[in-house]
Ligand binder design. Structure first.
Ligand code: SF4
Ligand code: SF4
Length: 131
């Protein structure tokens, strides 16, 4: 979310094709524990562009979607007015250096992947529906 313009002090962003950090958002989830919790996650991950992951900070919804302000050349169209979260993003070590997925402890890209996890986690997943 740093300025992707190819200025000398932001050379790294200038070399980053696609500006990955501007193409998705994440939202924290409460830690799922019950079958009902996972039933809700199964519904969420059934939707297009939605994934779920867990890392050392907890569980998150990952929502793929290019920011409407990201220009074709990778620049931010509202750079001077960009939101605080974009201003605070530190590119010292970012997805240009390694994919965020490397630190995922769990990652569910679709309903099938999460359902397989639920069946392993809850022995009677199929025989007793979530309440
Ligand atoms: S992923 Fe890193 S290098 Fe690429 S635009 Fe974002 S902050 Fe810059
Ligand atoms: S507002 Fe600008 S810096 Fe922030 S995500 Fe959108 S394009 Fe990236």
């Amino acid at each position: 979310m740093e300025d992707p313009s190819p200025t000398p002090d932001r050379d790294k962003c200038g070399r980053c094709s696609g500006a990955k950090c501007c193409t998705y958002i994440t939202e924290p989830l409460g830690t799922p524990r019950s079958k009902a919790d996972f039933d809700l996650l199964l519904w969420q991950v059934s939707h297009e562009h939605i994934e779920i992951y867990k890392d050392s900070d907890g569980w998150f919804l990952l929502i793929h979607g290019r920011c409407g302000h990201l220009e074709a050349d990778g620049r931010c169209a509202i750079y001077d007015q960009r939101p605080r979260i974009c201003r605070d993003y530190d590119n010292a070590w970012c997805e240009f250096d390694e994919p965020a997925e490397k630190h995922f402890q769990l990652h569910f890209r679709d309903h099938a992947e999460l359902l397989a996890y639920c069946r392993k986690r809850f022995r009677r997943w199929d025989s007793s529906p979530a309440q």
